[in-house]
Every structure is written in structure tokens, then in C-alpha cells.
Write a protein that binds this ligand. Structure first.
Ligand SMILES: Nc1ncnc2c1ncn2[C@@H]1O[C@H](COP(=O)(O)OP(=O)(O)O)[C@@H](O)[C@H]1O
Ligand SMILES: [Mg+2]
Length: 421
């Protein structure tokens, strides 16, 4: 059995307390690069490093290493004491040997070993102080500001050409203008992303550069973000479709916590269809803006999208339907029919104005900025206001009821026929 009393960390602790600790600990080894535990996991053990080094990292700080622990150091005490999920990850730098104490045994030990308990408290207090200083140094701000939790809005449609990219640019611009907050547009249409073109930017770097690092850092994000003339920032999609494979689900799961620290609103453009990385983006989303057009195929796909969400166990995700091209020449379904089929009111409707929208795209401009009095711009402004307030921009007071006759209908084609569309 290892002699803990020989380690400086345990010097001065009465022998009976050290013996008590030794009786409940178990040796464990971890290969280089493996995680001992990850941020967010249940905290079920306390560890002492016997040989090798352990890196402590925090996703929220861009996967930055907060500390490297060596022989005699201990870790894992905070989550076990608080009985809360792990607030940082720990990873073996080289091969490491540890001693592990189960959480229940550790808590019991604290009640019986006062000197040991004091040593643990002193360490927790010192680490808190060190981490706060590091946070201030990293961000140059007080901790309360640097832990900003931006909202992720995923804009999507299962039907191509519905207006997802148009909505992303205009909603992003309006969210920034109305809230005064920092807004980032992320081009998650990873193969054929259009946002850089639509915002008249020539990206020096794209998310493909960022994805080359397995753990993107805040500094790398800052280097990759483009600052547009409209005041919103942009993370551009790769320039070549074959680079899309770099932007995996794992990449977006790592990226989003960093972006939430830096921005108040993160608005994500997406391609069409459910393939990677959309499910990961939906998992990261606080809300979804689903863009549909008033056409039968678009309605059918919106309904299929909702059923896929429940297959992904994301049925609780807040989905706002917006009807794009409402009142235009191609409207084949009444808005009320669409809402009845979806089982909820649309969050907002954007009128059709092909010339104005296309002209803005061709000029690399955001319509809401260039022509705020255009009806399309006004609709996007109202929608953004609704997203900020958490309220729909239309039918605020309409209490929607789904008629009983409609509940029996399953297919949208029958529905459209029944509705006389
Ligand atoms: N409200 C609208 N009225 C008229 N045309 C629109 C409107 N919204 C988008 N469009 C046009 O529809 C096409 C597809 O829009 P886009 O935003 O690129 O869709 P997606 O990203 O879903 O493929 C573009 O030509 C765009 O100019
Ligand atoms: Mg698009």
C-alpha cells in the first residue's frame, strides 16, 4: 500500500486520519490522453495523483487547461462535496496512476477526519481564487460578464429554397439592432454555405480551419470570426464542399459552449435535410426557427421534421414556424390550413417580395439594414422582436384550437383537399 504520509500534501495530518483514508482508496491507472471524468458528469469519486500528470480543462473557457496536477495533488473534491455534476474535465497528460476514493466514502471521511477536512477546504478555497484570477486575465472582465450565456437559435427547413439563409441574416441583424447585444451568425450549411456571399465577405478563414484543432479555443474562434459591415459577426462555412466532413457533430458540441461565452445571440444557418451536423446543432439549440413556404410539400416536410424531432427525443425543443413568402404568387395553402395541420399557430409571416430580397442578396446587403421600411424587413423586425420577448409577432391574442375533424386527418394532401386548397 502507498504511504500517503510521505506525500507533502498530507504532511501534518494525524496518522489515524491518513490510515482511515488509506483504507478506503483503490489504485487506478489511465492511459495518456484518456479522460478521468468529463465536465457535466456525475461526481462519484475523489482522486489523488500518485504518478504522472493530469490536466484540468473547462469547455466554457474554450477547453483551456486551468491547471496541471502532479504526484501528491488531489482532485474531484468539489463535485463530490457539492454532490453536483463535474464543473471541469480531467485528462491524463501521460500515463497516470491514481488513488480513487468513492464519493460516499469520501464524504464520510470528511465527517470523521477534521484535519483532512480542513486541508480539503483550504485547497478548494485556493483553487477558487486561482481560477477567478485566471478568468479575469483571460477575458479582461469581471467573471459575471465572462460567463455570459448566449442563446442559440437554429434556423432550418427541410425544403430547399425556403428562405433559411435570408431569415438567418435578417433575424441576426435585427436581434443585434433591437437588443444591442453581440450577435454571431454561424453558417452551418456546411457543404454549400451562402452566408459569406450574402454578406459580401471574402473569408480569410472558415470553420474548416477551426475544426483542424480537436479542441477549438476562444483565441482560435476570435481569429476565424469575420466582422461584417452590418455589425454582426460571421463564422463562415468551408469554401469547398469536401471540407464539410471536418465539421462533425463533435466539433459543434465543442464549439457552441465557447460561442455562448462570447456572444449574446448565436444564429445558425443550416442546409436542408436531417444529415449531420443538424441533429447536433438542434441538441445545442435553445430555440428553432423553422422556415416554411405556403406550399404543400413544404408543409409536409415541416410535419415530418416535427416527427423526426420526437424520434431524436427533442420534442421539448421550442420550434417557431415562420411562413416565408406569405401572400405571394405561389401561395397554394391558406395560412389557417397550415396552422391547423401543424397543430400550432405560425410565429410570424414574411411577405413575398422577390425583387427586393434578390436585389439585397446580389448587393451582399441585409434587407433589414438597407431598406427597413420594406414589408419583408418589417416582418423580420417584428419576428426578431418576438424572439427577444418570447412572443409571437402575429395572432398574439388568438387562442388556437385544433378542430376535432382535423385531428383524424394524418396526411397533408387529404388535409389540403379537405380545406379546399
Ligand atoms: N420573402 C421572400 N420573398 C421573395 N423571395 C424570397 C423571400 N425569401 C427568400 N426569397 C428568395 O428565395 C430564394 C431562396 O432563399 P434562401 O434564403 O437562399 O433559402 P434557403 O437558404 O432556404 O435555401 C432566394 O432566391 C431568395 O432571394
Ligand atoms: Mg441557404
Amino acid at each position: 500500500m502507498v504511504q500517503l504520509s510521505s506525500l507533502p500534501t498530507f504532511a501534518g495530518i494525524p496518522e489515524n486520519e491518513v490510515l482511515r483514508l488509506e483504507s478506503i482508496m483503490r489504485p487506478e491507472t489511465h492511459a495518456a490522453g484518456s479522460y478521468i471524468f468529463r465536465e457535466g458528469q456525475e461526481a462519484d469519486a475523489f482522486y489523488i495523483v500518485m504518478a504522472g500528470e493530469v490536466a484540468v480543462t473547462k469547455d466554457e473557457w474554450g477547453g483551456k487547461t486551468l491547471q496541471v496536477l502532479g504526484p501528491g495533488d488531489f482532485f474531484g473534491e468539489m463535485g463530490v462535496v457539492e454532490q453536483a455534476p463535474r464543473c471541469a474535465s480531467t485528462r491524463a497528460v501521460g500515463d497516470v496512476s491514481l488513488l480513487k476514493v468513492l464519493g460516499t466514502d469520501f464524504r464520510e471521511l470528511l465527517t470523521k477526519s477534521p484535519s483532512f477536512a480542513l486541508r480539503i477546504m483550504a485547497t478548494i478555497s485556493r483553487r477558487n481564487r486561482e481560477n477567478t484570477t485566471l478568468e479575469e486575465r483571460e477575458w479582461g472582465t469581471a467573471p459575471a460578464v465572462s460567463t455570459r450565456q448566449g442563446r442559440v437559435t437554429v434556423v432550418c427547413s427541410m425544403t430547399g429554397g425556403s428562405g433559411v439563409s435570408t431569415a438567418t441574416c435578417n433575424l441576426g441583424y435585427e436581434l443585434a439592432r433591437q437588443s444591442g447585444g453581440k450577435v454571431l451568425l454561424v453558417d452551418g450549411s456546411v457543404e454549400f454555405g451562402d452566408l459569406a456571399l450574402m454578406l459580401d465577405m471574402v473569408p480569410a478563414a472558415t470553420m474548416a480551419h477551426l475544426a483542424q484543432d480537436p479542441a477549438p479555443t476562444m483565441e482560435a474562434v476570435d481569429r476565424t470570426v469575420l466582422h461584417t459591415d452590418s455589425g454582426v459577426d460571421l463564422l463562415a462555412a468551408p469554401l469547398k464542399p469536401e471540407q464539410a466532413d471536418l465539421l462533425s457533430s463533435e466539433f459543434f458540441h465543442r464549439l457552441m459552449p465557447i460561442l455562448r461565452v462570447r456572444y449574446d445571440h448565436i444564429v445558425v444557418d443550416t442546409g436542408h435535410g436531417m444529415q449531420e451536423p443538424l441533429p447536433a446543432l438542434l441538441e445545442e439549440a435553445d430555440q428553432v426557427v423553422y422556415v416554411l413556404t405556403p406550399r404543400l410539400h413544404s408543409l409536409k416536410n415541416a410535419r415530418l421534421f416535427m416527427s423526426v424531432l420526437s424520434q431524436l427525443e427533442l420534442e421539448d425543443l421550442r420550434v417557431h414556424f415562420i411562413l416565408n413568402g406569405a401572400g405571394g404568387p405561389f401561395q397554394s395553402l391558406q395560412t389557417s390550413t397550415i396552422e391547423q395541420s401543424l397543430g400550432k399557430p405560425c410565429f410570424g409571416a414574411v411577405p413575398a417580395d422577390a425583387a427586393a430580397v434578390a436585389d439585397a442578396v446580389d448587393r451582399g446587403a441585409i434587407l433589414c439594414k438597407e431598406e427597413p421600411t420594406n414589408e419583408v424587413s418589417k416582418a423580420f423586425a417584428a419576428l426578431a422582436g418576438g424572439l427577444l420577448e418570447g412572443k409571437s409577432s402575429i395572432r398574439k391574442d388568438a387562442l388556437f384550437k385544433r378542430p376535432r375533424w382535423l385531428r383524424s386527418l394524418t396526411g397533408s394532401r387529404e388535409l389540403a383537399k379537405a380545406a379546399g386548397a
